[in-house]
Structure formats: structure tokens, C-alpha cells
Design a protein around this ligand. Structure first.
Ligand code: FEO
Ligand code: CA
Ligand code: CA
Ligand code: CA
Length: 640
């Protein structure tokens, strides 16, 4: 498609039309009105908006309080303080990891011997397990004297790598609200680290396939660890889903030593591209020439039970292998379980999985394997606003022997190639995807894609640096949508960027209120990454890239239905250099947990000379990725 002014105008016009007439929005207004008095007439997000800024502090609205709940290096089983210069791999394996990302709050029931499902469904908002991903390590901000490519030399040491392997992965930490303050319980038997060395099981159609066999695992069903853990999800049966996203940078070695098919498979995931990551110097499994199949054992979703500290995490090959941002679940009694998942890279796709088995809440033991078997679909978005889910089944056109897919395992291992072959729509970096529990519509964060030359209707801007959000509407009515349907409608919910920008490629588009209200100077944002919903159905979006627009990354809240649909308000600002991750509410929406990732990560900032030292501002401590707990001073609903 050629880019021209006329076409651009048309696209935008249809976008605005969608925004004002969306069936989802209109239908939802009436549903919400039943549960919220006055919702039709006033914005229920009444907090005082914070301004755009950029400094070494984090920012919250007036009338709110924040506390730093967990920081990189905090001991999970003792009160021993963090001494970064004395850190060993053994210490790190017992301490909170680096670069916190996804946060799942898993309630703890007060009932003795409660099952995982009973814990989760207790809805306790005073006590729970925080289940937190640690996406990746940044040795130049973790170790004194560390040098990387930008210094013209690398001085990776074996001890660095050993610590990094323990600093990635995931943490489980028991937390409790005591006297209006969240506290960690270092004596809890639930506290746990999952790292790049934790034994895991590989399940589903690709388990045991020869392409997953290594010298240490001839069965192709056991793997040590998870990494690149970006966002994730939770299931109503009380398990947590961890995404493996940036796996390319874990591995080093010459791809020319591989078969043509495997080289193409690895190149599609940028495997071996990062010259700074030198784990393979000391760990053979991260060296492609020494262990050519190990990289096929990463790039999956992982499910585990946080209520059983001894549980073995399971990699779910059924959900495909790519750069998973996260996976979120829609589970309705008597229906298959649906899992939405995005592949965060330019021109990649987004997917949904539909389980073979049925979700039957009363049959608790039935759920543990629901995500292991089912059908994966890739999304195709048509220009007329309709969409279809294309099944990724071996034997269907293009997913055959002739095209190098010898089994369903090949389809799942080479998911990117398979989705491209069947004609899925290449998107502007699909990040988090979640379904609003109130209107049952599904929202896709598309963070940006500066490489896009030819816009399409679902990715309407060339050189899309500000990102956008799509709304998917499956057949049905609010709360009763059929997520298993192969058909849906889609519309552009908003375009990130400054609404007053004269640059058409970054100009934002948002909603308009009943009295002409529009987004404020602080309310616009760019580069949506993660999202969550509060109990009223408001959408909370975190960003990764607003510093390119001159202000901090942070969190914005907005209605998805009713008159104030798609008019964001600014709630939280990160310290310089950080991106915002993990937005997560307690079930009662009176506490919001946020993950501040890579604070002080700007050019030239190092462990020895950091740009700042958030959150401790102590000359003996580096900047530390941290989880922040936020409450209203009067204990009310966050945002209202
Ligand atoms: Fe790790 Fe897609 O952000
Ligand atoms: Ca992310
Ligand atoms: Ca999310
Ligand atoms: Ca990110």
C-alpha cells in the first residue's frame, strides 16, 4: 500500500469514527451505569493528575502514599542488608532479582490447608504472594568496574555470569498490609527464587522433540531455568504464567554452524546478536556451537504454582515459541480456556490459545494441564474492522512437510515463520494483551515500530514511534463475549503521542468527553507496554519509551467505556532512565503495585558513576530496580 496524504486522512477519519461510535463503548456505558452511580456523567477517575517531568524521583498524585516494598538485592529469607560489592551467586539466589517486571498479587487465604485455587479465590487483599519477574541483567549497573562493548572492551568474569544467572527469573515474596503499610515476611516458607538454573519440565506438543534434545537432556523434556521474563499472567486455579521474551541475547556463537532451517529459526529471534552478553564463555549451554539446541528450549510460556514452594515450573510449548511479552487468561465456566499472548518485536504477531479441555471451576484438579493442549491461533486483521483467528495446526495449508513443518512441534518451535506463512497481520510490537473484566473487550498494546514504512489500517502510522492500542470485540455482549470465536471486530482505541504535535506520524488521538473534555498536557503518553484493570474496569497502561518524547515513563489510567472513554490521566512517573512495568491491583483495588525497572539507565551511567541512586539515594548503594506499593491516604479505591 502506498503512503499518501489522502489515505492517511481517511485512516484517521475512520479511527475517530470508531472511537466515537464503538459498539463496545456504547454498550458498556449502560453496563457500568448499573454498578457505578453517576458513571455516565462524570469521570470516576478523580485523582489529581501529575505533570510530565523528568528527574531522579518517582511521582504520585496528591492524597496518595507510596512505599518501596522490594528492591534488587533485598534478602528474601533474612533481614541481612544488601552489600552489592560483596554479592555472590549464592547470595543472589536468596535475594530479590534484578529488573523487576511483571507483578502478580496472589491472595493468601486465612483458611488452614487451603488449596491454590482456594487461596486465589479468597480474594484476600490484605495478605498475599507477590510473584515478580526479573527480566534481564545489566552488569554495568550491577558490578563495580564492569566494562562492555561501549567501553571498547568486555571484562565479563565467571563470577559476574554466575550472579547474573541468579538475578534473572522470578521471585515469590509473601507480603502483608499491617497498619496501612505493606511489609514483606522474610520468614514465610512461600518465599522463593526461580532462576536460570531452576529445574523445569517441558510439556505439550514439542516436549521430547529432537530439536529440544541437548547433551545434558537426551529426553528433551527437562530444562534448567527461565530467562527474559517480561510480563505474565495469572490463572483462576491459582498458578502464575511467566513469559520468556528477550531470549536472543542469552546466546552467543556462530549461526553458520547450524542447518539452514535452524539458522533461519534462530535469526528470526535475533539469537546470538548481542555482543554484550557473554554467558556462553562460561556456560556451554549458552554457546550455540557447543549446545546447538538449547535456544529452542527458551521462548516459551512457563506456568508454576506459587502456593507450593517445591512445585516444578512447566514450559508450555502449546502456546508457541517467540518473544512472549506475557499471557493473560479468560476462563469462563463450561468453556475452553482462552489465553492471549503477544510477540514483542517489530512486524510480529499476536496470538490466542484455546484449550482442548473445559474450565470447570468445581473440578479443581482438572485445571493443571488445561494450558498444555489446545489450538494456537494467530490474528489477521482486515481493513474493514473485522478480524479472524487463523489456526496454527500442522497439516493446514503452508504448515506442511513441503514447507519444512514435519509436525506440530515444528509449527510451535518456528511459530514466527508459521504465522507469517499463514498470513497473520504483522504488528507494531505486540506487548501486553488483556481483557477488561467489565466490558469483556480485549486490549492489545502496540508499543512502537520505527521500522514500519507502509502503514496498514491496524498499524496506521509509518515510523510509528509513539505506539497505539487496539480494542478487540468478540461476539456477544458485555461480560458475555465468546472468546473462543474465530471472528472478532477490532478498532483503534487510541494512538499514543502528543495530540498537538504537528508531526502527523507522532500526533496522538484520544477520546472526547461529553462537554468537549480532551486529554490534558499531562494525560497523553507514548509507547504503551503493559496494562491492567481495576475492579471498576478502568484501564491502567504503563509505558516504555516516553523519555524519547522528553518526559518520564509511567502509568496512565482511563475508562474504556462510557463518555470518558480513551481520555487518559497521568498517575505515576518513574525516575530518570526507568521504564514502568507490572501494574497490579489487590482484588479490592485499594493498593496498586508497580515495578520500576532499570532506574538510572541512561548513557554513561554505571555502577560506579550512576546518573542517580533511586530509591535509596545512599552513596553506598547503586540505583535499584524496585517494587512500589501505592495507596490512597484514606484507604479508598486507587484512582477514584
Ligand atoms: Fe520486555 Fe516487551 O517488554
Ligand atoms: Ca514489557
Ligand atoms: Ca498485564
Ligand atoms: Ca519493555
Amino acid at each position: 500500500m502506498m503512503i499518501n496524504k489522502h489515505q492517511n486522512t481517511l485512516s484517521r477519519r475512520s479511527f475517530i469514527k470508531n472511537l466515537s461510535r464503538s459498539g463496545a463503548g456504547l454498550a458498556s456505558a449502560s453496563a457500568l451505569a448499573g454498578s457505578l452511580s453517576g458513571c455516565q456523567d462524570s469521570n470516576n477517575l478523580s485523582f489529581s493528575e501529575i505533570p510530565h517531568s523528568l528527574d531522579q524521583y518517582h511521582h504520585i498524585p496528591d492524597d496518595y502514599q507510596s512505599s518501596i516494598l522490594l528492591s534488587w538485592g533485598d534478602a528474601l529469607h533474612s533481614s541481612e542488608p544488601f552489600a552489592p560489592e560483596k554479592l555472590t551467586a549464592e547470595h543472589q539466589s536468596q535475594r530479590f532479582g534484578y529488573n523487576n517486571d511483571f507483578i502478580g498479587f496472589m491472595p493468601l487465604s486465612d483458611t488452614h490447608n487451603a488449596s491454590a485455587t482456594e487461596h486465589y479465590q479468597s480474594g484476600n487483599s490484605q495478605k498475599g504472594l507477590l510473584c515478580i519477574n526479573h527480566e534481564y541483567t545489566q552488569p554495568h549497573l550491577m558490578f563495580s568496574g564492569y566494562k562492555d562493548e561501549s567501553d571498547g572492551e568486555l571484562n565479563t568474569r565467571k563470577e559476574h555470569v554466575a550472579i547474573e544467572l541468579q538475578a534473572c527469573g522470578h521471585s515469590v515474596v509473601e507480603v502483608e498490609l499491617i497498619n496501612d503499610n505493606w511489609q514483606t515476611n522474610v520468614e514465610s516458607h512461600y518465599n522463593r527464587r526461580i532462576t536460570v538454573t531452576t529445574p523445569m519440565e517441558i510439556t505439550g506438543p514439542a516436549a521430547g522433540h529432537p530439536r529440544l534434545v541437548t547433551s545434558t537432556d537426551p529426553t528433551g523434556t527437562r530444562v534448567n531455568g527461565t530467562a527474559g521474563n517480561c510480563a505474565g499472567g495469572k490463572t483462576p486455579w491459582g498458578t502464575v504464567l511467566i513469559a520468556e521474551e528477550g531470549i536472543g541475547s542469552l546466546f552467543m556463537g556462530d549461526l553458520n554452524t547450524l542447518s539452514d532451517q535452524e539458522r533461519d529459526n534462530y535469526q528470526r529471534l535475533s539469537i546470538g546478536d548481542d555482543e554484550n552478553r557473554q554467558w556462553g564463555l562460561y556456560e556451554d549451554r549458552f554457546h550455540i556451537e557447543k549446545e546447538p539446541n538449547e535456544a529452542n528450549r527458551f521462548g516459551w510460556m512457563v506456568e508454576y504454582d506459587p502456593y507450593d514452594p517445591e512445585s516444578t515450573p512447566r514450559k508450555l510449548t502449546s502456546l508457541g515459541r517467540f518473544e512472549h511479552e506475557g499471557t493473560t487468561i479468560v476462563a469462563k465456566p463450561g468453556k475452553p480456556v482462552v489465553a492471549y499472548t503477544g510477540d514483542d518485536d517489530e512486524f510480529q504477531f499476536f496470538y490466542k490459545f484455546v484449550s482442548d479441555g473445559i474450565y470447570q471451576p468445581e473440578q479443581e484438579t482438572n485445571h493443571r494441564n488445561l494450558l498444555e493442549h489446545g489450538t494456537l491461533y494467530a490474528a489477521k486483521l482486515h481493513d474493514d474492522g473485522s478480524g479472524e483467528w487463523l489456526p496454527m495446526r500442522h497439516g493446514e495449508p503452508f504448515l506442511t512437510e513441503e514447507f519444512g513443518f514435519h509436525s506440530q512441534a515444528d509449527v510451535l518451535i518456528e511459530c514466527r515463520r508459521a504465522a507469517q506463512m499463514i498470513g497473520a497481520t504483522p504488528m507494531d510490537r505486540p506487548e501486553d494483551i488483556e481483557t477488561n473484566p467489565v466490558n469483556d473487550c480485549t486490549y492489545v498494546m502496540l508499543t512502537k515500530n520505527k521500522k514500519r514504512q507502509q502503514p496498514g489500517t491496524a498499524n496506521m502510522r509509518p515510523k510509528n514511534s509513539a505506539g497505539h492500542i487496539l480494542e478487540l470485540v468478540h461476539p456477544g455482549t458485555d461480560g458475555e463475549r465468546d472468546h473462543t470465536s474465530n471472528r472478532f471486530q477490532w478498532n483503534t482505541f487510541l494512538l499514543g503521542g502528543d495530540p498537538n504535535s504537528s508531526d502527523k506520524n507522532t500526533q496522538g488521538f484520544y477520546g472526547k468527553g461529553p462537554k468537549g473534555e480532551s486529554v490534558t498536557d499531562a494525560g497523553w503518553f507514548a509507547t504503551p507496554d503493559n496494562l491492567t484493570f481495576d475492579k471498576l474496569g478502568n484501564m491502567w497502561v504503563s509505558t516504555d519509551g516516553c523519555e524519547d518524547f522528553g518526559f518520564h515513563d509511567g502509568l496512565w489510567a482511563m475508562a474504556t467505556s462510557g463518555p470518558y472513554r480513551a481520555i487518559p490521566k497521568h498517575f505515576f512517573g518513574c525516575p530518570l532512565g526507568a521504564e514502568m512495568c507490572g501494574p497490579e491491583f489487590t482484588p479490592d483495588s485499594t493498593t496498586l503495585f508497580l515495578a520500576v525497572q532499570h532506574p538510572a539507565d541512561v548513557d554513561g551511567s554505571t555502577f560506579d558513576h550512576p546518573a542517580h541512586r533511586w530509591p535509596n539515594f545512599d552513596n553506598n548503594l547503586p540505583p535499584r530496580p524496585s517494587v512500589v506499593a501505592i495507596r490512597r491516604k484514606d484507604g479508598g479505591l486507587v484512582g477514584s
